[in-house]
Design a protein around this ligand. Structure first.
Ligand code: TGC
Ligand code: FAD
Length: 391
């Protein structure tokens, strides 16, 4: 493919380090992921063998300070990394998002010094994988009324309940679990539950139509006894603690959508330059050019939105609604781009030999998790009107 897709010259705004990191992840995806991802999806397996390389590249705990084993980098760099990972596959980006934003972030922000030292360096090195248990079987959009409980005992806590649709669950050494310790959303607290704790299990959820190269599990807690040291002390702010973790992950997902859409457009450009169902290759035809132009424009608009939100995060000037807008818009943009590009591929589009169909089925989940498209619509609606439509 000869055309430069960096149409608005975003590269000019990057530091040399940012470009280098972005290019290293791109190369990793081209070499280690794209040649194999169709097979992994077909088999429904997550490529655990890539974890050491992902860790060596510094992709776990990107914004976590170096003293805890992280890379100590800024949010825009983190976003560029998730963008490149999702150009490969949403499952790969999900793995990194959950480890970094949903597990290392809460431990860093709400954990004790002892918890940080115990878990973060091993998590950055990929030696311990984490998962994040907020959603429950009865419904994920409203996490304010969890049925999972944590009851205080003389020696610690006893947890009971079930979490559902948990990314990385089956390969995790630890789970950040959100449980009700009292009667109101203010009493929701975060616990670190380690694998091996009696009463803790993570049955896998199979037969998924998307995100097949990602592990999705339940977390079952049956009279699961943990010590006082499992409670993250900073989570005494109730629901705000898990919601703040979601903001970090949603931010990375907004960049990830750009990557998935770029992957689809690159493939469609290659395909249309050689495919010749009539007398000329497909890229000569106006309907095809219109589709390519629309996808290209949508990617450029999504970059403007996400990269600006990245700058606001770096400057500490963000509000959660910025991130909601970026996640909502960019994932839906990517889903539509994948659909259009899959259509351009004709019958080839429905196989794992090509990428657009796989991205499309992945993005259905991405559009659903971390707050559905509709929940982010309502968050923006509340911002505009002052009226919450989700109580
Ligand atoms: P509300 O009671 O108003 O807010 C409570 C406090 O939290 C603050 N807050 C946030 N802070 C940071 N980031 C956010 N996104 C925040 N949202 C709210 C808020 O300011 C308030 O603070 P304070 O100081 O005033 O007490 O809560 P709400 O009414 O705003 O929440 C309602 C609603 C529906 C928006 C929220 O419950 C929601 O976002 N629901 C969606 C649930 C969700 O996204 N679940 C995701 C589960 S994890 C997952 O899907 C992982 S997939 C990852 C992968 O595989 O990549
Ligand atoms: P529900 O909350 O039951 O919503 C059903 C439908 O109703 C949706 O269309 C929703 O938009 C709509 N709706 C809800 N409320 C309103 C309203 N007030 N007004 C109008 N419409 C409304 N969760 C975790 O905690 N950790 C994870 O690691 C994790 N990983 C996931 C991985 C995958 C592959 C998937 C698919 C999900 C994952 N989730 C995870 C769960 C995810 O966050 C939830 O699926 C999501 O929050 C939506 O919850 P729900 O599926 O229960 O839908």
């Amino acid at each position: 493919m000869s055309v430069d897709l960096d149409f608005l010259r975003w590269d000019d705004t990057l530091t040399e380090d940012q470009r280098m990191i972005r290019d290293a992840v791109r190369e990793f995806v081209d070499t280690d992921v794209l040649p194999n991802i169709g097979r992994w999806c077909d088999e429904g397996t997550f490529p655990e063998q890539l974890i050491p390389k992902i860790a060596d590249l510094g992709l776990l705990g990107v914004t976590v300070p170096e003293e805890y084993g992280g890379a100590g980098l800024d949010y825009h760099t983190y976003g560029l990394i998730t963008q490149e990972l999702e150009r490969g596959d949403s499952g790969l980006r999900s793995f990194a998002s959950v480890q970094s934003s949903l597990c290392m972030f809460p431990i860093l922000k709400y954990g004790s010094e002892e918890q940080k030292r115990k878990f973060l360096p091993d998590m950055a090195a990929g030696k311990k994988i984490g998962c994040f248990g907020l959603t429950e079987p009865e419904g994920g959009s409203n996490p304010a009324t969890p049925r999972t409980t944590a009851k205080k005992t003389a020696n610690g806590w006893v947890l009971n309940g079930e979490k559902m649709w948990i990314t990385n669950g089956g390969i995790s050494a630890l789970a950040v679990v959100w449980a009700q310790t009292g009667n109101s959303p203010a009493d929701i607290r975060g616990f670190i539950v380690e694998r091996g704790t009696k009463g803790f299990s993570t049955p896998e959820i199979k037969k998924k139509i998307g995100l097949r190269a990602s592990i999705t599990s339940s977390i079952v807690l049956e009279d699961c006894e943990v010590g006082d040291d499992a409670l993250m002390p900073g989570t005494d702010c109730g629901l705000k603690a898990p919601l703040s973790c979601l903001s970090m992950a949603r931010f990375g997902i907004a960049y990830g959508g750009i990557g998935a859409a770029i992957g689809c457009l690159e493939e469609a450009l290659d395909f249309t330059s050689t495919r010749k169902p009539f007398t000329k290759t497909l890229d000569h035809y106006q309907l095809i050019q219109a589709k390519l132009a629309n996808v290209f424009t949508d990617i450029c608009l999504a970059q403007g939105l996400a990269y600006r939100v990245g700058a606001l995060l770096n400057d500490g000037k963000w509000i959660p609604e910025h991130i909601s807008m970026a996640k909502r818009n960019n994932v839906r943009m990517a889903l539509e781009a994948a659909r259009t590009c899959r259509e351009i591929l004709g019958a080839n589009g429905i196989t794992y030999e090509f990428h657009a169909g796989r991205h499309e089925t992945n993005l259905i989940s991405v559009d659903t998790y971390e707050g559905t498209y509709d929940i982010h619509t309502l968050i923006l609606g509340r911002h505009l009107t002052g009226k919450a439509a989700f109580d």
